[in-house]
Design a protein around this ligand. Sequence first.
Ligand code: PXP
Length: 238
Amino acid sequence: MPTLGVNIDHIATLREARKGKEPDPVAAAILAELGGADGIVVHLREDRRHIQDRDLRILRETLRTRLDLEMAATDEMVKIALSVRPEMVTLVPEKRQELTTEGGLDVISQGKKLEEIIPRLQEEGIAVSLFIEPSEEQITEAKRLATDFIEIHTGSYAGCRGKAQEAELIRIIRAAQLATEFGISVNAGHGLDYWNVGAIAAIPNMRELNIGHSIIARAALVGMVEAVREMKSRMRSA
Ligand code: PXP
């Protein structure tokens, strides 16, 4: 069974709706850990629309599990990562207008910048993951870049049903297989929920699933500890 990274960005989105103190993502992270989260994921955006620098600092001090910092491949973010020292950095594309991360990082066109950034993080003991589409070209470039992990973007799989979803699942299974053959560890995430998580959790060699929106949405109704417990139970029975 893969491990579960719980993305708590949307707790911070709710707080920022009033620019106040609550709900505090640090409290949410502690409850997610109590529910069985194996790691906590936050995306520090350039525009700081949800997670703030303060959250990152306190999470670093308080987490009992692992911190995965999602960020754009920019000098500002690399500087922050080197000072906060999360266990892992997941590099994602970032557009100011988007509601959430749209599509994977194009590691082919960004190759030059990534060649420079990835070793800077790895030399400081931070594992690097590249959030990419399940495509052979992207995975082949990820291998050349000597990344530790890829995170397969599951948004297309989550966004369709029936035969189209089966075809997306096969793409993800093949991508995970190829990355594993290349010696890259495989995570997955985006759009996973209580109904579609099973097939992804059952993929051989899947290391970690990163899930945010559906857990936070459920937590709003049933509480964080219960929401994380239920997600782990679905992953276990997959
Ligand atoms: N993985 C990455 C790289 C993401 O950018 C996000 C969204 O912040 C997630 C996973 C979680 O996606 P969702 O909120 O749809 O579960």
